[in-house]
Design a protein around this ligand. Structure first.
Ligand code: NAP
Length: 259
């Protein structure tokens, strides 16, 4: 429905899960898509999938928490595809890797979560802005979470990082509003991905019920979302038609959060 012909997109964390679905959907809409994550084999699978259906994709393996990695990824994008028109900050780490109450929280895990979920989107956004401003067109889409608006029990770093990402989204949106650049966030509810599987396993154990019982009760609509339930919102926000939409944080969450 929305054409992204001649647009160049970068999707972080696109080897699997939500990022993978967004990268494929952007490519289907006509964008040339750079994808990044640490696991090269997963990136290759996504590139092959996109190419098989006639799209254009480039894999850039990188660990984004390394100091110079965001700049290096953008250098490769510029050299091989061109300047980024659409940035999707999706790579993230969940609470499930080390869930604990704040009183017992692991400081290193706190730092890592804030770095990947908040500082990396800040760095990438800052770095793509000059070219977007020059062209008078750009889209920054931050994949936050409903935990950007509500707590995550035993996941304070995750909730803090996603609340922070909404603060970044809204502030940057205002700063560039007159320049053809929009900045928005998507707040997914529980999505059937590796990250969320681990959280469900933790919650099932904590609550003394089965994985299936937790999963069934996750949303008012029922069960979890699939990555493909998130991707259409990203395509819309990336489109020219969404030019008057900025600074927003859209819930795509099966009815978990009703504001
Ligand atoms: P996922 O399946 O675990 O995928 C995460 C992606 O990020 C992978 O491609 C992973 O690849 C990449 N990544 C992780 N660490 C990285 C690093 N240091 N450098 C570069 N890439 C890295 O997770 P997901 O569920 O799709 O989550 C995607 C985003 O949606 C996250 O920001 C998450 O917070 C958000 N979200 C998810 C849910 C949910 O229920 N699943 C709900 C709300 C929001 P490598 O491991 O190969 O690096």
């Amino acid at each position: 429905m929305f054409s992204l012909q001649n647009r160049i997109a970068l999707v972080t964390g696109a080897g699997r899960g939500i990022g993978r679905a967004i990268a494929i959907a952007l490519a289907q809409a006509g964008a040339k898509v750079g994808i990044t994550a640490r696991t090269a084999a997963e990136l290759d699978e996504v590139v092959n999938t996109i190419q098989k259906s006639g799209g254009h994709a480039l894999a850039i393996a990188a660990d984004l928490v390394q100091k110079d990695a965001p700049a290096k990824v953008l250098d490769q994008m510029a050299a091989k595809l061109g300047p980024v028109d659409i940035l999707v900050n999706n790579a993230g780490i969940g609470s499930s890797s080390d869930p604990k109450p704040v009183a017992d929280f692991n400081d290193d895990f706190w730092e890592l979560t804030l770095l990947l979920n908040l500082t990396v989107p800040y760095k990438l956004s800052k770095a793509v802005l000059p070219a977007m401003r020059k062209h008078g067109w750009g889209r920054i889409i931050n994949i936050a979470s409903i935990n950007g608006k509500m707590p995550s029990l035993h996941g304070a770093a995750y909730a803090a990082s996603k609340h922070g990402l909404l603060g970044l989204t809204r502030t940057l949106a205002l700063e560039v509003a007159k320049e053809g650049v929009t900045v928005n966030a998507i707040c997914p509810g529980p999505v059937h991905t590796l990250m969320n599987d681990k959280r469900l396993e933790y919650d099932a154990k904590r609550r003394g019920i089965t994985f299936a019982e937790v999963e069934r009760s996750m949303t008012p609509i029922g069960g979890r979302l699939e990555p493909d339930d998130i991707a259409p919102m990203a395509v819309y926000l990336a489109s020219t038609e969404a030019r008057m939409v900025t600074g927003q944080a859209y819930n795509v969450c099966g009815g978990v959060l009703l504001y």
